[in-house]
Design a protein around this ligand. Structure first.
Ligand SMILES: [Zn+2]
Length: 135
């Protein structure tokens, strides 16, 4: 190998919402929490990967975010039970729904990140694409 390409680790790329192919370009054009709606880049600004693999691809992400929401609800229900020992259903409903709303931008973003990083066959990290672009 003549080309000494330093490969980028997976976890920082996943946490920061980077492109699954080059791990450098941002998947999202807006911050996770803000007054503007979240906007996803159509293609990777670094390597040009098309994020929406086919029309309607992100409907699958809704299933992923649903699974995340269920997992969060169960976690919260257990946490409420352990912390308060309460059996009042309204306590559970109000806390779970308000935390669910707070987490929805997080779920929106990470469901798409998980879909592209882990659940898309044939889409893998290609270290050669993370090199600095020759302008
Ligand atoms: Zn990329």
């Amino acid at each position: 190998m003549t080309n000494q390409q330093k490969s980028l680790p997976a976890w920082p790329a996943i946490v920061h919402g980077k492109c699954p192919r080059c791990r450098r370009g941002d998947m999202f054009a807006t911050p996770m929490y803000g007054f503007k709606a979240q906007v996803m880049n159509k293609t990777c600004p670094h390597c040009g990967l098309l994020f929406e693999r086919e029309p309607g691809y992100f409907y699958v992400a809704m299933l992923v975010s649903y699974a995340m929401f269920v997992a969060e609800m169960v976690t919260m229900a257990v946490a409420i039970h352990v912390l308060t020992g309460s059996s009042n259903p309204w306590l559970y409903v109000s806390i779970i729904l308000s935390v669910g709303v707070l987490l929805s931008p997080f779920n929106f973003r990470y469901s798409r990140i998980m879909l592209l990083h882990w659940l898309t066959p044939g889409l893998h990290y290609q270290p050669e694409t993370s090199a600095d672009r020759v302008e």
